[in-house]
Each structure stands twice: as structure tokens, then as C-alpha cells.
Design a protein around this ligand. Structure first.
Ligand code: ZN
Length: 167
């Protein structure tokens, strides 16, 4: 990977190019509410790139669409990242933060409960990434309706509880 170019960029510079939701996630380590991301159910082929780098005029490829799977958690999930694209850091609460190696933007977290063979679950905010389709265009994804967000959140909570209490 080429030397990171966007690290150390000033906050005010990011404010100019990111929308408020992107800024809150990428630069302030925010998390989008579960099931609200546009790439949650995305099945199109291509490569997911960093939204921060893209808005700053660079392209950093993070995940291939082939590694995306439905974790049921409410966030786009990937079983592996493109080699050398990410940096990780252990947070105070023990979770492992995942950020872009080129711009330092917060993307999400990685957990050890993903599918074989990697057993990794990269749990990534939709607002921190863009899907670049095979023809090179950016795919917009699709936001769930309010009703679907509520329904899917309930189902996810139920599944989590049933796993926890074995019912
Ligand atoms: Zn980036």
C-alpha cells in the first residue's frame, strides 16, 4: 500500500468535505443506528471503498463484495478486509476499533464471531463506506423503511435473546 496521505488532516478540512453523519462516524468515532445503513442488504458486486478518502479525492479499497455476509446485527458485515487497508486499535471497553489506514477514519469494529475460515466479523458503518460497482460507478445502496427498521430490530433482539437463553 502507498504511504498514507490523509492522516493528520485537520478537522476543519474534513468538515468541508464530509456530510454531518459521515463526520460524526468517521472523525468522531460514531456509530449509525442498527439497520439504518444503506449497504445493509447490498448484494451488488464490487469493492467497498473508504467514504472519507473518497470525499477527499482519494480511493482506498477496504472490502470486496465477496466477503460481505448477513450477520443479522444490523450493520454491513465482512469476513475479511483487503490486505493492508485497515488499522486496528483496542478500545478501553475491550472492543477492537477498525479504521482506514490512509485517512485514519473510524469505520467500525472487528469481532471474532464471524464465519469460517477467518472467523472475523468486520462490523462497518454504511456511512463510512461506498460501494464501487464493477463498472466503476458508486452504488447508492438502499435505506430500509421505518417499519422495516423497527421490524428487523425486533427480530434481531429476539434472536439475540433466544441465543442467550436457549429458547
Ligand atoms: Zn480513508
Amino acid at each position: 500500500m502507498k504511504a498514507p496521505k490523509l492522516k493528520g488532516r485537520q478537522r476543519i478540512e474534513w468538515e468541508k468535505v464530509l456530510n454531518p453523519e459521515q463526520f460524526r462516524i468517521l472523525r468522531e468515532r460514531g456509530t449509525e443506528p442498527a439497520f439504518t445503513g444503506r449497504y445493509l442488504d447490498e448484494k451488488e458486486r464490487g469493492v467497498y471503498i473508504c467514504a472519507g478518502c473518497k470525499e477527499a479525492g482519494e480511493e482506498t479499497q477496504l472490502f470486496r463484495s465477496g466477503s460481505k455476509y448477513d450477520s443479522g446485527t444490523g450493520w454491513p458485515s465482512f469476513s475479511r478486509a483487503i490486505r493492508g487497508a485497515l488499522e486496528t486499535r483496542i478500545e478501553e471497553d475491550g472492543r477492537t476499533e477498525v479504521s482506514c489506514g490512509n485517512c485514519d477514519g473510524h469505520l467500525g469494529h472487528v469481532f471474532d464471531d464471524g464465519p469460517a475460515p477467518t472467523h472475523k466479523r468486520f462490523c462497518i458503518n454504511s456511512r463510512a463506506i461506498y460501494l464501487k460497482g464493477e463498472d466503476g460507478t458508486i452504488m447508492p445502496g438502499k435505506q430500509l423503511s421505518e417499519q422495516d427498521i423497527t421490524r428487523r430490530s425486533r427480530e434481531s433482539l429476539y434472536k439475540g435473546l433466544s441465543r442467550m437463553f436457549d429458547f
